[in-house]
Ligand binder design. Structure first.
Ligand SMILES: CCCCCCCCCCCCCCCC(=O)SCCNC(=O)CCNC(=O)[C@H](O)C(C)(C)COP(=O)(O)OP(=O)(O)OC[C@H]1O[C@@H](n2cnc3c(N)ncnc32)[C@H](O)[C@@H]1OP(=O)(O)O
Length: 208
């Protein structure tokens, strides 16, 4: 299960994108994201007494109302754009801790918390391509013009356990003009849990 964070970034997988002199949200943005993840895991794994459910529902509504006045346009938002932080300051995809990352390959570690539980101790099947999309896109976009996922094929080979560290390896298979073909594997120790093949297509100027 994730822990409440008091720490700071331990990886910078996005190369020059991480070089922001004064990142929006400040140093505590990593703690904000980590504590939100912790909350999601706590809710996802709990059976709360009814009065506590009511109280937490009220507290969450109050927090949401407190943040609402600060809504901005997509280009101004902070979540997902903090390339100096592990997880980019977003909370949709588990944090990827990159040990190796360049334009050809990458290797990272992650843990699915209880927020991602599907059943039988395994991560939800939809959470697996989520991780592949994030991991493969980090390599596909490294030192190249921005590319989007054109397809992402996932084979599920073994259940993906939650609450334990997994690792992902990514490799660029080939680049043909705007097209970047990649492969990836999601592993639990020596067990290959899932593998992916994907095509990322570089955007043309002005393409959304
Ligand atoms: C701010 C900076 C950010 C930096 C970042 C750093 C990373 C940090 C993490 C980012 C965060 C995570 C982000 C994850 C990445 C998403 O998840 S992106 C979201 C999911 N993907 C989408 O929404 C894509 C939707 N589709 C599209 O936009 C367009 O279809 C595409 C993919 C851009 C391609 O359209 P297009 O440019 O018009 O391409 P088109 O000219 O038709 O085709 C180009 C070539 O690709 C081929 N092709 C296209 N689609 C396919 C397909 N599905 N199958 C086979 N071939 C295909 C074509 O046949 C063609 O081949 P050639 O004829 O050239 O040999």
């Amino acid at each position: 299960m994730s822990e409440v964070s008091t720490g700071h970034a331990d990886s910078r997988p996005y190369g020059r994108l991480a070089d922001t002199p004064e990142p929006a949200g400040g140093a505590d943005y990593e703690r904000l994201a980590a504590n939100l993840r912790h909350l999601l895991d706590a809710v996802g794994g709990a059976r709360l007494p009814n009065p506590l459910v009511s109280r937490v529902a009220d507290q969450l509504a109050e927090l949401g109302a407190q943040l609402a006045p600060f809504a901005v346009a997509e280009s101004e938002r902070v979540a997902g754009r903090r390339f100096d932080l592990p997880g980019r300051g977003q909370t949709m995809v588990p944090v990827l801790h990159w040990d190796e990352a360049d334009a050809h390959h990458g290797r990272c570690r992650l843990t699915f918390g209880r927020h991602y539980l599907g059943g039988g101790g395994a991560a939800h099947g939809g959470a697996v391509p989520l991780v592949f999309d994030e991991a493969l896109s980090a390599v596909a976009n490294r030192d190249r013009p921005m590319a989007r996922t054109a397809y992402l094929h996932v084979d599920y080979r073994a259940i993906v356990p939650i609450d334990t560290e997994l690792w992902v390896d990514v490799e660029v298979d080939r680049v043909e003009g705007r097209k970047c073909y990649l492969r990836g594997g999601l592993h639990h120790g020596d067990v290959l849990c899932a593998q992916a093949e994907a095509l990322f297509v570089e955007l043309r100027p002005g393409q959304p």
